[in-house]
Design a protein around this ligand. Sequence first.
Ligand code: GSH
Length: 228
Amino acid sequence: MLKLFQVYDSPFPTRVRLLLLAKNIPHQIIEPPGFKWDGTPKGDYFEINPIGRVPALVLEDGRALPESEVICEYLEDAYPEPSLRPADPFERATMRLISRICDIYLVMAMVPLFNASGRPRKSWDPDRLAAAMAEIAKALAYLEEYIGTQGYAVGASLTQADGALVPQLVLASEWAPMVFGLDDPLPAFPKLSAYWTAIQTDPLAGQLIAETREGIRASRERAKARNG
Ligand SMILES: N[C@@H](CCC(=O)N[C@@H](CS)C(=O)NCC(=O)O)C(=O)O
């Protein structure tokens, strides 16, 4: 059986879980023992993924793949049905574009917030938090240009782009405002807001959103227990 090394509060494994679920691929979910987000040593996990990040997919024969986008493309090639890549070349490119905007603009805009959330509240710099929220809004504005209007990121059904986008929207529109007491940046973007309302009614996307919310809740509880 395939093994997915992952944690539920990271957006990257979530896009891989979308393919595993949509294609009905039997798999086992494993949290790397002692996994932390902070680049610290992770013991044996480096033998599976020398980059040290989640996710990693281990095949039945023991070969392992890191990097969520690469894993998704592997799963599409190895398990073609049902496809989560649109058939039309321009739509397929748009799927990749939305995923790429998530990977290189939206999630990177949130890095200062991920870092601040692991530090005591009194060390938070309001100007830095505001600057990060402005960068998030910039990335959301890029997505507003390309997001689909039929209830999905591209076209009229689930694609890899939904897997990339949905967990990052939970972080940008729910986690960041909740943790830092800032305004939700999403309502300023009408197409993206309509997408967000619609995609939550898709059963698979809805499951991924619920798992991400629960992963965030559990990880905040663990942090509270650690830090008092
Ligand atoms: N480009 C990678 C990013 C994966 C990533 O950054 N994962 C984070 C969790 S959100 C991680 O494992 N961080 C651990 C670390 O940096 O030590 C992918 O798409 O798989």
